[in-house]
Ligand binder design. Structure first.
Ligand code: PLP
Length: 358
């Protein structure tokens, strides 16, 4: 990795670091450096790390026109002992490689990507916040850069990693959010891109999400795109329900992102001897369970929010209050404490999920 570091330009003046890390929002502040690697002439070129700066990109770059653009999201944590660590980063790069394959983006060396990320993080380690709950968000992405108008896979790409300190994903923090169950629009389709992190999926979600925000809801719960009958996932989270004592989530049937937090929750719940099932979940079953008092908890899972309790679900003209609305259920709390405990070095890492950096 020596070759990457050699190209670093003199360290810039730091642009902004909030005096009070508890004021950190999400996604507006970026660290000093970025990782770049170009693809042209049939291969990935020498990687480099440079000061964070705007890109030079042709207005005809294919990624701008045809959305050949994929990304990932993970975090770097400053642990209780002051050391830095990542959570299951190899899984992010495996998923990233799968996204690349699906969008005809050339395969990349996952080991090199992880080593490059490590080097970038060591250079910008002062940017990793130390306040509990805050972290450094990491955004790897690949965009088609070849200047060409016409729909086909590009022949030139840019692989980048940018980072920035973040606080809680939702302004509510670790508190129940209200969710709008979308009865009409879809973000993906069977055979589509739902199981990868393609930028196009997020563009497809915007209109319905804006409508839900105007009605006062934090997120959308998507139903299956064929029948609008089965629960799938939330805008940036997988969805879980505790129903009659059983932990339920929808299966990964191609339209749902295989979340790394989702996988961690399933593993922990099984470790703890809980009844767990991945099966199709009709929204009518959730409503029925709520009416008969069997729906005790609902929560979303994702890198950004970790575990996010859901206090209210709105479906058509029904308002479903979960577990009293403002309380955090015991399993939701336990999972949040366990996963953040592992991430911040407060609990044992019995599954080898932690990738230490320092
Ligand atoms: C659509 C969608 N579903 C689920 C997730 C949760 O995935 P993970 O736990 O890997 O962050 C995310 C976030 O990456 C997402 O964007």
């Amino acid at each position: 990795m020596e070759t990457i570091a050699k190209r670093i330009l003199p360290r810039q003046q730091r642009r902004f670091l909030p005096a009070d890390e508890r004021q950190l929002g999400f996604g507006d502040i970026f660290s000093d450096h970025m990782f770049l690697m170009d693809y042209h002439d049939g291969r990935w070129q020498a990687p480099r790390i440079e000061p964070f700066a705007p890109l030079q990109l042709s207005p005809a770059a294919m990624g701008l026109h045809y959305a050949q653009l994929i990304f990932e999201g993970l975090k770097c944590y400053r642990r209780a002992d002051g050391r830095l660590a990542l959570f299951r980063p190899k899984d992010n790069f495996v998923r990233f490689a799968h996204s690349a394959q699906r969008l005809c983006i050339p395969d990349f060396d996952q080991g090199l990507a992880l080593a490059a990320l490590k080097e970038l993080l060591l250079i910008d380690q002062a940017w990793v916040p130390s306040t509990p709950g805050a972290s450094l968000y990491i955004r790897p992405f690949i965009v088609a850069t070849e200047p060409h108008l016409g729909v086909r896979p590009a022949r030139e790409y840019l692989f980048m990693i940018i980072t920035g300190p973040v606080g809680p994903y939702y302004p509510e923090g670790f508190a129940p959010i209200n969710i709008y169950v979308e009865p009409q629009y879809s973000r993906t389709a069977p055979g589509g891109l739902g199981e990868i992190k393609a930028a196009a999926n997020y563009a497809a979600s915007l209109f319905a999400a804006e409508e839900a925000h105007k009605k006062g809801y934090t997120q959308i719960l998507w139903l299956d795109p064929c029948h609008h009958k089965y629960v799938e996932e939330v805008g940036s989270m997988n969805m879980f329900f505790v129903l009659d004592g059983e932990l339920l989530t929808s299966p990964l049937a191609g339209t749902v992102l295989p979340g790394i937090t989702r996988q961690s929750v399933l593993t922990l719940a099984k470790d703890w001897g809980l009844k767990v099932a991945e099966r199709p979940l009709p929204i009518e079953e959730i409503i029925g369970a709520q009416e008969s008092g069997l729906l005790t908890e609902a929560f979303g899972t994702g890198t950004a929010a970790v575990v996010s309790p859901v206090g209210r679900l709105h479906y058509q003209d029904q308002d479903l209050v979960v577990g009293g609305g403002q309380t955090i259920g015991p399993l939701t709390q336990r999972l949040y404490d366990e996963i953040t405990g592992i991430q911040y070095g407060l609990r044992p890492d019995s599954h080898d999920w932690i990738f230490p950096l320092t």
